[in-house]
Design a protein around this ligand. Structure first.
Ligand code: ADP
Length: 321
């Protein structure tokens, strides 16, 4: 293997730049040429490529987002588009491709592998909803950003003796909400994986808290929870007579400088991805299992199951008083 490419695809996450840097620097260390493909699979189809050297990835390790840009690409969903992508990869002289993204991006990578272009996926998403891996790049940073915001909201909830309902991201998964809820000392966390009883799990807790002198409450709601946050807020207000305030954190959770954890995972995953391609191994996804870097066949990886940490849900309930 002499020349490989790297692209970021789907939603961005903090630490993608650190992963690109690790891919570029390890490739160079293994004496391979490395090309950055801009704007995901669009760039692959259009030949939007830049030759990268060690200095091209200087000063990006601490930056959120992805300097290669990311995009969604409808054309790549059909065989004609993928054929064009393959032809461009061949024209660029690529012997392999690293795809940093989520499940959708990995499906695309799998199909490129089937066409004969070895690909390795690196999980990058703040939602941590990629089932084959305990951690995806960006998750820890997003948790910390959301936590800081919740701590700030707690100050004002305390001063005004309110109940603060805070919506965090996570798509259809509650991993982010649960981590943030536990770390922020929330009264309750609502996640899509579990149906909660607003009366029993929140209103009762608020009344109990009030009788023991508690004056303010934090409730974390995952964006994928079945009910609208405004409706939940209204219900809590009617049932407990406490003033409620809704805050939707939104995309601030996706930006900012990556944490130590995200940078280190990015380095470990980036290195492994290049090492696989160097050995001519493709159709893999790099993952973290029991804190070790592992890799799986793409299809097997996408068919795995991952559930929310139910023990942590119980702990959260038990210590919220
Ligand atoms: P993510 O990678 O974060 O899950 P998407 O699901 O939007 O984000 O996928 C990113 C891109 O990957 C899509 O725009 C498309 O180009 C490609 N892709 C997604 N699903 C497939 C698929 N089934 N086959 C081929 N390419 C796909």
């Amino acid at each position: 293997v002499k020349k490989i490419g790297v692209l970021t695809s789907g939603g961005d996450s903090p630490g993608m730049n650190a992963a690109i840097r690790a891919v570029v620097r390890s490739a160079i260390d293994f004496e391979m040429d490395i090309v950055g493909i801009r704007r995901g699979y669009n760039g692959l189809i259009n030949g939007d490529a830049v030759v990268l050297d060690s200095r091209s990835v200087s000063d990006i390790i601490q930056r959120g987002g992805t300097f290669l840009y990311t995009a969604r690409c409808m054309e790549f969903m059909n065989p004609e588009g993928r054929q064009l992508g393959l032809e461009m990869a061949q024209k660029l002289g690529l012997d392999g491709l690293v795809v940093i993204g989520g499940d959708g991006s990995f499906r695309g990578a799998e199909k490129l592998s089937e066409l004969g272009m070895p690909t390795v996926g690196i999980p990058g998403t703040i939602d941590n909803d990629i089932v084959c891996t305990e951690y995806s790049i960006g998750f820890d940073t997003a948790c910390n950003i959301a936590l800081e915001a919740v701590d700030r909201l707690r100050d004002t909830a305390l001063s005004h003796e309110k109940c603060s309902l805070i919506e965090v991201m996570g798509r259809y998964a509650g991993h982010l909400a649960l981590q943030v809820g536990v770390a922020a000392g929330a009264t309750a966390v609502l996640v899509p994986e579990k149906v909660s009883d607003i009366e029993k799990d929140i209103c009762e807790k608020i009344r109990e808290g009030r009788s023991s002198g508690k004056t303010h409450y934090i409730v974390i709601v995952a964006e994928g929870y079945k009910d609208k946050i405004d409706d939940i807020a209204k219900l809590i207000e009617t049932q407990t007579d406490i003033s409620t305030r809704v805050t939707v954190l939104g995309h601030i959770q996706r930006g900012g400088s990556p944490t130590v954890m995200d940078r280190v995972i990015a380095a470990r995953m980036g290195y492994r991805a290049v090492d696989l391609l160097r050995k001519g191994i493709g159709n893999r996804i790099v993952a973290i299992k029991n804190n070790e870097v592992v890799d799986y066949n793409i299809n097997e990886a996408l068919c795995m199951k991952k559930s929310i940490d139910l023990e942590l849900c119980e702990i959260c309930k038990s210590i919220a008083k």
